[in-house]
Design a protein around this ligand. Structure first.
Ligand code: MN
Length: 231
């Protein structure tokens, strides 16, 4: 057997304070996981069952990168998010055991072509082109649980060119990380290298070429992304 094409390099994210890298398997994202953001998106923040979507693993982008303004959008948005990395897979994981499956945590930005997402949403179509486009998942170096524990409260903040746009607390998550892991694992087998982006607080808004976007999560670090000219 020979491969017809060379396989692509495994997408990876950095480990904080180390030369090690984490191979990324899949990137799960949860919709509307902070009540104030659900409201700003015109939705009821009541605790209806969560929903998920995915980005391709090779959408990951390093901290400090400049990414070109993406094509096919006039409304390119930031979304500050806490990222959890699965280190031990499983199926039907109980909430009480879920945190044992987490390798570490980092800071992410769920970049979104909001205009494409909203058209898809209103037409009942998939979100892939609004959410899972190239370079749509900047993720800062991951801190192992052995260093940072399991953050369940603390500031999550996003600035654009130094101006605060999102300012919330991890304790406001509607669905906790153990709940998200348990729910996902009852639907699909989770494996090491799966990444979960845990939702964004209120205050989402546009980025334009030249913007510098910084996400900071208390105890988990910082992620800087610069927006370059249109691709
Ligand atoms: Mn998001």
């Amino acid at each position: 057997m020979a491969l017809v094409f060379p396989p692509q390099d495994t997408p990876t994210v950095a480990v904080a304070g180390s030369d090690d890298r984490i191979p990324v398997r899949r990137i799960f994202c949860i919709g509307r996981n902070y009540a104030a953001h659900a409201r700003e998106m015109g939705r009821d923040p009541d605790r209806e069952p969560p929903f998920f979507f995915l980005k391709p693993a090779d959408a990951v982008v390093e901290d400090g990168a400049t990414i070109p303004y993406p094509p096919q959008t006039e409304n390119f948005h930031y979304e500050a998010e806490l990222v959890a990395v699965i280190g031990k897979g499983g199926v039907n994981i109980a909430e009480a055991d879920a945190l044992d499956h987490v390798w570490g945590y980092g800071v992410g930005n769920d970049l979104t072509r909001r205009d494409l997402q909203l058209v898809a949403r209103e037409q009942g179509r998939p979100w892939d082109l609004g959410k899972g486009f190239d370079r749509s998942a900047p993720i800062a170096p991951i801190h192992p649980v052995s260093k940072v524990g399991h953050p369940s409260k603390g500031s999550i903040k996003l600035t654009v060119n130094g101006e605060v746009k999102q300012d919330a607390d991890l304790s406001e998550l509607i669905w906790s990380i153990p709940e998200m892991i348990s729910i996902l694992s009852h639907s699909m087998e989770l494996k090491a290298g799966d990444v979960i982006m845990t939702g964004t607080p209120a205050g989402v808004g546009p980025l334009v070429p030249g913007d510098v976007c910084v996400v900071t999560i208390e105890g988990v670090g910082e992620l800087t992304t610069t927006i370059g000219p249109r691709a």
